[in-house]
Ligand binder design. Structure first.
Ligand SMILES: *[C@@H]1O[C@H](CO)[C@@H](O)[C@H](O)[C@H]1NC(C)=O
Ligand SMILES: *[C@@H]1O[C@H](CO)[C@@H](O)[C@H](O)[C@H]1NC(C)=O
Ligand SMILES: *[C@@H]1O[C@H](CO)[C@@H](O)[C@H](O)[C@H]1NC(C)=O
Ligand SMILES: *[C@@H]1O[C@H](CO)[C@@H](O)[C@H](O)[C@H]1NC(C)=O
Length: 236
């Protein structure tokens, strides 16, 4: 890894979770696809040098992102009150790994709403904070990535050919996901980090196309052999 790329990699969780602008936005805020982004806490925590506390041992939600627009409405602030009834599920499935308890996760949720939710809100199905976060949780539960991987026999502490993981997911979802990794660093193997599953604007599953575009901050598209790290590997 080049130092610059490495730095970019560090940006993965910090920027994504912490709140920086990302890939380009268009003036028209036109978008075509919604990306359900799951991440693997062990990899995220490794990336931030273990600045996590009690990360969960299951795939959690990073966000639900329209593909080509960001921060569509800066006068629509995040309001925790609106998603009060969702909080138990939000804390469980959408935790902010970098800003732990006591006020776990409102930081991430605000960021996700302001950057992505305000654009997703173009759809009637996502046109309020309650709808956006509620629908995201529904999609996450429907996809059930965590248990799907387990059923496919894809388990932590194991090396995989990335094509095997992808093919297995295609066999379940019927569409091609995007699988992203933390790049190889020295002796450390490439680590499985993020899995994206895409939806059309009418919330039907669709392929996540995979051109050479940057995968999103520090993560890159996985190549060849990847390691699916166990959680405890991130602890010192
Ligand atoms: C996630 O999957 C693991 C097995 O890989 C399972 O032990 C765990 O209960 C699951 N957790 C959730 C929240 O689905
Ligand atoms: C932005 O959000 C505010 C608050 O919900 C709303 O009143 C306004 O119409 C929105 N603006 C646009 C351009 O959608
Ligand atoms: C938790 O976050 C909410 C929303 O950001 C804030 O209003 C509240 O004061 C915070 N509570 C604590 C205990 O920090
Ligand atoms: C770490 O996790 C792996 C499997 O996830 C397990 O085999 C190993 O015993 C664990 N090590 C410790 C020190 O807990």
């Amino acid at each position: 890894m080049e130092p610059a790329a490495r730095l970019g990699a560090l940006c993965l969780a910090l920027c994504c979770l912490g709140g920086a602008r990302g890939l380009g936005s268009s003036d028209s805020h036109a978008w075509h696809k919604l990306i359900m982004v799951h991440h693997w806490p062990a990899t995220v925590c490794k990336e931030v040098k273990d600045h996590c506390r009690d990360p969960p041992a299951y795939w959690t939600i990073h966000g639900l992102w329209p593909d080509r627009s960001e921060a569509c409405n800066r006068s629509w602030p995040f309001n925790l009150e609106e998603i009060k009834d969702l909080l138990p599920d939000m804390r469980l499935y959408w935790p902010d790994l970098l800003h732990p308890a006591p006020n776990r996760s409102a930081h991430l949720w605000r960021h996700e709403w302001e950057k992505h939710g305000t654009c997703a809100a173009q759809l009637d199905a996502l046109s309020s904070q309650r709808k956006y976060f509620g629908k995201s949780l529904d999609l996450y539960k429907e996809l059930a990535l965590n248990s799907t991987l387990q059923k496919l026999g894809i388990k932590p502490s194991t090396y995989y050919q990335i094509s095997d993981i992808k093919d297995a997911l295609v066999s379940v979802y019927g569409v091609v996901p995007k699988v992203q990794c933390l790049p190889k660093q020295g002796e450390e193997p490439q680590l499985l980090g993020q899995i994206e599953v895409c939806f059309s604007r009418d919330l039907q599953l669709q392929n996540c196309v995979e051109p050479g575009q940057p995968a999103g901050l520090g993560l890159e598209i996985c190549k060849d052999v990847v390691f699916y790290p166990p959680l405890n590997q991130t602890r010192h």
